[in-house]
Design a protein around this ligand. Structure first.
Ligand code: Z5A
Length: 215
């Protein structure tokens, strides 16, 4: 594969949408024109249907169990990875993803308390050694996350979870980020301009180290 896969992660309201846009603009400035933008869950017709099932509050008047949620997220992910991301990388395009596997480790492993070993098993079976080249984790507190998302109005099925759910999710993100040098943490509680300049700094540093042909 010749393209690179960069992922933006974080709690809702962390600023992932803005960050994805910034990364794509920066890559364009470096002359990398073929960049595709993905989101998870979603990004293929089947994955978008699964996204609706995961997010809607009333699903056919039936409660979504934690394992069903996890499996729907992996079903969506494997559709996206096999049908969109891998082919794009193989033809040399770069992919900027709004969330990927780390979200399941954090939300379902941390928030929902599903055994991390089970999630790792699913990941290995379904994705093998496929993983992002770089993940930028935008770290905010659950309190700030709630403040920012509540401003938007109606909350979805996961957004209505408790503060302790999001605290466990954030803690899992932080634990995993500190264990893996391909995950970089950005303090996203700062004002937008500061977060953006830190994002630029980290991407520039990474491009210098791993993509010497660019700079
Ligand atoms: N989910 C899961 O559980 N497991 C999985 O494996 C996957 C997902 C893949 C869909 O996510 C849901 O699925 C999500 C996790 C779960 N549910 N929850 N809860 P999503 O990515 O589609 O939805 P989201 O995370 O809720 O997106 P978002 O809220 O739009 O977050 P964002 O993109 O990070 O934020 P934003 O749109 O860039 O910013 C939100 C607002 O905050 C906006 O008004 C900004 O102006 C403001 N903002 C952003 N940054 C700042 C700073 N620095 N200062 C002040 N204000 C700011």
């Amino acid at each position: 594969m010749s393209g690179k896969f960069i992922v933006i992660e974080g709690l809702e309201g962390a600023g992932k949408s803005t960050a994805c846009h910034e990364v794509i603009t920066l890559l364009h400035q470096y002359g990398i024109k073929n960049v595709i933008h993905t989101r998870e869950p979603g990004g293929t017709p089947i994955a978008e249907q699964l996204r609706k099932l995961v997010q809607q509050k009333e699903i056919l008047q039936e409660e979504v169990t934690d394992y069903a949620e996890l499996l729907m997220l992996y079903a969506a992910r494997i559709q996206l990875v096999n049908n969109i991301i891998k082919p794009a990388l193989e033809e040399g395009s770069w992919v900027v993803g709004d969330r990927h596997d780390l979200s399941s480790q954090a939300y379902q492993g941390g928030g929902r308390k599903i055994k991390p070993n089970f999630i790792s098993y699913l990941k290995e079976e379904l994705l093998g050694d496929f993983s992002p080249d770089l993940t930028l984790y935008l770290d905010i507190t659950p309190e700030i996350s709630l403040q920012r998302t509540q401003k938007r109005g109606a909350l979805d099925r996961i957004e209505i979870e408790s503060l302790s759910f999001f605290t466990r999710t954030r803690n899992r993100y932080l634990t995993l980020a500190l264990e893996d040098k391909r995950i970089q943490i950005i303090d996203a509680t700062e004002k937008q301009s500061k977060v953006t300049s830190e994002l630029h700094r980290k991407i520039n540093q990474w491009l210098k180290k791993y993509c010497k042909f660019i700079i």
